[in-house]
Design a protein around this ligand. Structure first.
Ligand SMILES: [Mg+2]
Length: 353
């Protein structure tokens, strides 16, 4: 599952490597679903935008929140605070100005229409309906998103405001709601534990998918902020950009010696694409460090977590990392690594010793 905004583009500006990554994933046989919380444009237009960036996809592979809403609210009388462009996606819902059974709040966008949709008059109207007994729904509850001009306030603030005023809780229909991920898994005919979610949002994408039992990759683009990862309780299973490793290998000759053991270097250098193997190991070491609760911020740790390449990835600890593992009574470590042209991922599971 691939998030769209912040992964493939920022404010419509393509992020380099996105189209290649999709091509590579497809040729490796992966089934793909593009899962977006975009609530301001119809699906056909969104997939046209992606195709214009060179990304190959069918309209049906794109999952949008208005369609989830149409399913959840079918047959209901709904007061919708949403962009006009998505009204066509809300088929089966009766849109009303009063006596609503539900209030539906959509997302903001970068146009002045946002001023109208979330005007005081409309918010007060919504509040009135909630007071009269309507249920509150939202397409998402995002705090902000990344635009070319920087972070921009999203409609989550209005949802929270209505919740506060009407003393109610909104039902979220987009990511990270279970309903959204369930619909996506169903469309892929996939098991959660065999599915990876790739996104730039630590809450909506990573935490949401993890709660659903999926593996996760956080990309270093869009709204990615290193400090949010460090502060947060949620940790993705891996984050490594192969390009970054390749650049480090070229620019800093000592990077190899500092982070990888002799055996690892011999293995990686013998591969057709050494940068990919190094990146895989780098992600692997990061995952093992995290799983042990040790972290790899201390320079010596990189080399003390050795990953053998053959016959299958196995982990050997030495030095202080090994002492630490004994202290926390860590048992055997199961490591799996994958990579595409752009990204390397690793998941480490440490058994109780
Ligand atoms: Mg995103």
């Amino acid at each position: 599952m691939l998030d769209v905004d912040g992964v493939f583009h920022v404010s419509g500006q393509p992020i380099p490597g996105g189209a290649d990554a999709v091509r590579e994933l497809r040729s490796a046989g992966h089934r793909l679903r593009f899962v977006t919380n975009n609530t301001t444009r119809p699906r056909a237009q969104l997939s046209d935008d992606l195709r214009a960036m060179g990304i190959e996809l069918q309209d049906e592979e794109l999952q949008t929140t208005p369609r989830t809403a149409a399913r959840a609210l079918r047959g209901k009388r709904v007061l919708a605070l949403t962009m006009h462009a998505i009204v066509g996606e809300l088929g089966g819902i009766e849109l009303v100005g009063e006596d609503a059974e539900a209030v539906l709040v959509g997302g903001a966008d970068e146009t002045p229409e946002t001023n109208l949709v979330f005007s005081f008059m409309n918010l007060a109207r919504a509040f009135h309906e909630l007071e009269a007994g309507a249920d509150l729904y939202c397409l998402h509850k995002n705090r902000w998103w990344q635009t070319r001009q920087g972070p921009l306030l999203d409609a989550g603030a209005f949802v929270a405001g209505l919740e506060y005023a009407a003393e109610t809780d909104a039902t979220v229909l987009g990511k990270p709601s279970p309903a959204y991920f369930e619909a996506a898994l169903e469309a892929l005919d996939a098991d959660a534990n065999m599915t990876w979610m790739v996104g730039d949002d630590i809450d909506s994408d990573i935490a949401g998918a993890q709660k659903h039992g999926m593996k996760t990759v956080l990309v270093r683009t869009g709204k990615f902020r290193p400090d949010a990862v460090e502060r947060g309780r949620v940790q993705p299973d891996g984050i490594v950009e192969i390009g970054r490793i390749r650049r480090s290998l070229e620019r800093y000759p000592r990077f190899r010696e500092r982070c990888f053991t002799e055996a690892e270097r011999a293995y990686c250098d013998s591969r057709a694409n050494p940068a990919e193997s190094y990146a895989g190991r780098f992600a692997g070491k990061e995952a093992v460090g995290k799983a042990l609760g040790f972290g790899v911020a201390r320079a010596f740790a990189w080399k003390e977590i050795e990953i053998a390449g053959r016959p299958k990835p196995s982990v050997r600890l030495s030095g202080r990392v090994r002492v630490w593992a004994q202290r926390v009574e860590a048992g055997s470590i199961d490591l799996s690594m994958t990579h595409s042209r752009e990204l390397a991922n690793a998941v480490a599971v440490v058994e109780d010793g």
